[in-house]
Design a protein around this ligand. Structure first.
Ligand code: ZN
Length: 387
């Protein structure tokens, strides 16, 4: 059987450069109208009788070439469960062996979270009590930027003025699909009416959720940008209706509700850790805010050992924040706790699970843990850092 490569589907990305009987040579296609490239997702047929060597020849030309060190490829043969295939990065090329046996194999940078799965999640969640689905923007490609408002179940003392406003957004960078798997866990926990913490949180806070900020980039198989080539997490200072309507409309809605706590969910190509990047560089930073950020991180690490506080990005120096980043813009504008969560594409170095790496399931569990942490933050019960 002839080897065939196909990426003509939701979030597909690969180009065929050449092939022989037991080898395919491939290249990752850049994001539309931009030079970013790293995300790949394709199907390989014709491997039932023989193993095949898969080579991504332009791995060294990608945006984060150090992302390929100690990286194993997300793989499925049933489009249900994803596991990792060991890969090696040598002489600027990423390669791995597709074993014989399955009729078809799908490979991706990380387990994809498709537009169709997003639509199913929206349909399911929008039917729950106290949930309103709002279409906040229409993108250049005609996709919907969906926002879920979880308001209640309200208790007797409902008072709009005293309710806290929590915002969570994900996938400004569409290739960071772990961010939407995180959203599944976060939403399912929040909507569990038998969960006392979720009920308590929802009784005091309205929770606004944008599970996918960048559906155009998702569908097109991008790493970082929308169809116009805009990196949405550099657009928050001055978003434009033409080039970044996703940010323009979400930001406008945030100004309607106010923001008391904000989460922006991402993935990091290189670091094998879950960590939070704070907003220490915004002009309005102070010791109280710093203590709250540190306490939030330590509390989350206590709740979920897949999260840690030792490794991450260097702290932003005072006054040095780029206010075009979502978390910095929100921290400065609303004076609130705003955080960027980064999850790995690889695996967690401290709590590894080599067969699956960092995975959809682990991302969702971390999303569930955030319900506890946000509840403790809003009730002033975060843990102090250990001595
Ligand atoms: Zn990102």
């Amino acid at each position: 059987m002839t080897l065939t490569i196909n990426a003509a589907f939701d979030s597909g990305n690969i180009e065929l450069r050449g092939q022989s009987r037991d080898e395919v040579r491939l290249a990752i296609r850049p994001d539309t109208a931009s030079a970013f490239l790293q995300w790949f997702h394709f199907r390989l047929d014709g491997v039932r009788e023989r193993a095949v060597q898969v080579i991504i020849e332009n791995a060294s030309e990608t945006t984060y070439p150090n992302g390929w060190e100690d990286y194993d490829v997300a793989t499925t043969d049933d489009l249900g469960s994803w596991y990792r295939t060991p890969a090696s990065y040598i002489d600027g090329k990423l390669s791995w062996t597709a074993p014989a046996g399955a009729h078809s194999l799908w490979f991706a940078y990380f387990a994809p979270y498709s537009i169709e799965r997003h639509d199913r999640l929206m349909a399911r969640v929008a039917g729950e009590d106290g949930v309103e689905l709002e279409r906040l923007a229409t993108t250049a490609d005609g996709h919907s930027v969906d926002c879920l408002h979880l308001e209640g179940p309200h208790t007797g003392e409902r008072d709009a003025g005293s309710r806290r406003q929590v915002w969570a957004i994900a996938r400004q960078h569409p290739g960071e699909s772990m961010a939407e798997w995180w959203m599944e866990g976060w939403l399912e926990r929040l909507l569990d009416t038998e969960d006392a913490t979720s009920r308590a949180l929802r009784s005091m806070a309205d929770i606004h959720v944008v599970p996918n900020m960048n559906p155009d980039g998702t569908a097109r198989g991008h790493l970082r940008t929308n169809t116009c080539g805009s990196n949405l997490n550099r657009e928050w200072a001055e978003p434009s209706i033409e080039k970044s309507p996703e940010v323009y409309h979400v930001r406008r809605r945030m100004h309607d509700t106010g923001v008391d706590l904000a989460l922006d969910v991402h993935g990091d190509e290189a670091l094998p850790y879950n960590f939070i990047a704070g907003t220490e560089g915004v002009p309005g930073w102070n010791q109280t805010r710093d203590a709250e950020l540190i306490a939030f991180k330590h509390t989350l690490a206590a709740l979920n050992p897949d999260f840690q506080t030792r490794r991450g990005y260097p702290r932003n120096r005072p006054g040095n924040a780029n206010l075009a980043f979502a978390s910095n813009y929100l921290a400065e504008t609303f004076g609130c706790l705003a955080m960027t969560l980064e999850m790995p594409f690889k695996d967690t170095a401290d709590t590894p699970r080599p067969a699956v790496g960092w995975s959809p399931e682990r991302s969702a569990r971390l999303g569930r843990s955030f319900v506890d942490a946000v509840y403790l933050a809003l009730t002033d019960r975060l843990l102090p850092p250990p001595h």
